[in-house]
Every structure is written in structure tokens, then in C-alpha cells.
Design a protein. Structure first.
Length: 325
């Protein structure tokens, strides 16, 4: 790994024992033989994961429980206790390889105050770098003012919030008869991009101007519609007033990762829209190949200063990593 550019990756998943049932909804659609390999990779924190990282020059990863995890838990009390259980489990794994792993907390968004408390515990006591939340919780979106207390705490802790995909609460008629469109292929991006826009147009970033919300999968397509959001929101404002044009929240409050989109054309377009400071390398391990992601970023048509920002500089700044890490 010595000759390869240093890389930090932020959307790298594991599965803690006892969390399998939450993920069944999507894992069941993966061919059986791949499922077995995935389960092995998700459950491993040593040989397999470290070898993949070493082979691809990935120095440091932020680990997160695979989706939908706590967001699919219907009991508020269980959501709270299982989030703690997950975060303590992860802290134990990080302690074995502290120079290679850090963590994003799982949070019980069923209860905004409990979510804020668990975030604070995870950051201040366990040393986590922020949170990764799998979208809505049973159809509740986080632009709802009842989450303001949560956003206030996140902003005070000055850590990022990774908004990760999840299934839509209900499928729109346009998806009927096309199960292949739902899930990771298309539906998750629509769902997650929409949720990010709800935060933007819902005024969350006006109320908490220092929030950093990370959206994966090359920003779930949002960077490519940035110009149009300004143009059409100006034409159809529906009485909504924002402090800035929609485009101005990109790069300031919304930042993106390259997880699961290994296209040079998409990368250069996204950097053009977001700014080089707001695009961060990630893999989406083990659902995407670390080999493919590493080769993609190493061969991308970027100047070396920009490549260094995308590969590790932006992550080090946003995660507040010591240079030793
Ligand atoms: Mn993912």
C-alpha cells in the first residue's frame, strides 16, 4: 500500500450479531451464494477487512452498522437500547484496530432527545466521529421541527451526519411492476435525495447553519440538478423562504461521497457542482468492490491536490482526525 495515495473511506459497513433481521428486506434479493460472502465480510473486523484495505491503500475507515438497522425497529425502547448495544459493540472492535477504524453511531431517531443523548455519548465517551442514520424512521423525516433539538446537539458537537439510504415508506405508482427499480438501483437514491432536499427546503440548514450532512452515492444524483433547483424553486417557491439559494447549501451543509459510483465523468461533474472541498472518497464496503473504488479514484482525471482532498484531506478536516490517525 506504500505507493498508493492515502485513502479514508466513510461508508463502510458491518453487521453486529443480532441485527440480521433488520436487513432481511434487501439482503433476501441478493443471490444466495453472494449472501454468504457478504455476511462473512460484514461480520469480519480483522483478516478480510484489513486485507482489503491494505491491498487498496485504504488507511482508515469509518464503520457503520448496515441498514436499515435501528431505523427499522418499531419499539422506541428497543431502538434506544439496540443503538447503545450497537455502538458499544463497535467501540470494542475499534479498540482492537484504533489506527485503522473509527465509527459512526447508530441512533434511535424514534426519539429525538434519546438520539441526541446517544450521539453525545458516542462522540464524547466512545470517540465516534459522527452518526450514520438510515433515512426516515417509519415515515418520519428529520426536517420535522421535533428534530430541532437533535440538530442543535449535532451542531454543538460539530460532527457530521451521514444520511444513508433506506426503502421508501410506500412505493409510488410509477414503481408498480418494476421491483428492479426499487432498492439500491434507483429507489434508494430517490428516497435519500428527497430526504436531503426536505432538510434543505425545510429550513434545517437556516436554523442550524453549521450542520454537515453527508449524502453518499455521488450525492444521490443531487449535484447534477443543482442549477435546476435554483431555477425552478425561484419559479415555484410555494411561499417558502430560504436564507440562501438552494445551490448555496451544496458544499456548505451538504457534502457527498463517491460511495458506489465509480464513474470519472460523474466525479468531475460532482466536483464542479460541489467544490473539491465537499467530495469525499468512499467504497460502500462490502456491497461495492474496494479494488474497483481504489482504481477509480487513483486513475480519475484530477490534479494531485484535488485527488488528495477527495481521498483523505476533506475527511481528515471533517472528521477532525489527528495527523497521527
Ligand atoms: Mn451503504
Amino acid at each position: 500500500m506504500n505507493n498508493r495515495i492515502k485513502k479514508i473511506a466513510l461508508e463502510e459497513h458491518f453487521m453486529a450479531p443480532g441485527f440480521e433481521t433488520y436487513s432481511k428486506a434487501f439482503i433476501q434479493h441478493i443471490p444466495k451464494e453472494q449472501q454468504e460472502k457478504l455476511k462473512m465480510q460484514l461480520g469480519d473486523f480483522d483478516e478480510i477487512r484489513l486485507a482489503e484495505m491494505d491491498k487498496n491503500g485504504i488507511d482508515y475507515v469509518v464503520l457503520s452498522q448496515t441498514g436499515p438497522a435501528i431505523q427499522a425497529e418499531s419499539s422506541i425502547q428497543l431502538g434506544i437500547s439496540r443503538a447503545k448495544e450497537n455502538n458499544d459493540f463497535l467501540a470494542g472492535k475499534i479498540a482492537k484496530h484504533p489506527t485503522r477504524f473509527c465509527g459512526f453511531a447508530a441512533l434511535p431517531m424514534q426519539d429525538p432527545k434519546a438520539a441526541a443523548d446517544e450521539l453525545e455519548r458516542a462522540v464524547l465517551q466512545l470517540g465516534f466521529k459522527g452518526a450514520l442514520v438510515n433515512g426516515h424512521t417509519h415515515g418520519t423525516y428529520y426536517d420535522d421541527p421535533k428534530f430541532d433539538a437533535f440538530w442543535e446537539r449535532l451542531q454543538a458537537l460539530d460532527v457530521p451526519f451521514y444520511l444513508h439510504p433506506i426503502d421508501m415508506p410506500a412505493l409510488p405508482p410509477s414503481f408498480a411492476g418494476h421491483p428492479e427499480l426499487n432498492g439500491a438501483t434507483w429507489g434508494w437514491g430517490v428516497e435519500t435525495g428527497t430526504h436531503a432536499l426536505r432538510l434543505l427546503f425545510g429550513g434545517v440548514f437556516d436554523r442550524f447553519p453549521n450542520l454537515k450532512v453527508i449524502v453518499g452515492h455521488m450525492g444521490e444524483g443531487l449535484p447534477f440538478l443543482r442549477w435546476r433547483l435554483d431555477s425552478r424553486f425561484a419559479a415555484y417557491p410555494h411561499g417558502i423562504q430560504l436564507a440562501h439559494k438552494p445551490s448555496e447549501y451544496f458544499g456548505r451543509n451538504l457534502i457527498i461521497t463517491t460511495s458506489g459510483v465509480c464513474s470519472h465523468a460523474a466525479l468531475t461533474g460532482a466536483i464542479g457542482e460541489m467544490g473539491a472541498q465537499a467530495v469525499l472518497f468512499s467504497v460502500d464496503y462490502p456491497y461495492e468492490s474496494s479494488d474497483t473504488a481504489a482504481e477509480f479514484i487513483e486513475t480519475a482525471p484530477l490534479d494531485e491536490a484535488t485527488r488528495a482532498l477527495v481521498c483523505h484531506g476533506n475527511a481528515a478536516r471533517i472528521l477532525k482526525l489527528d495527523s497521527a490517525a
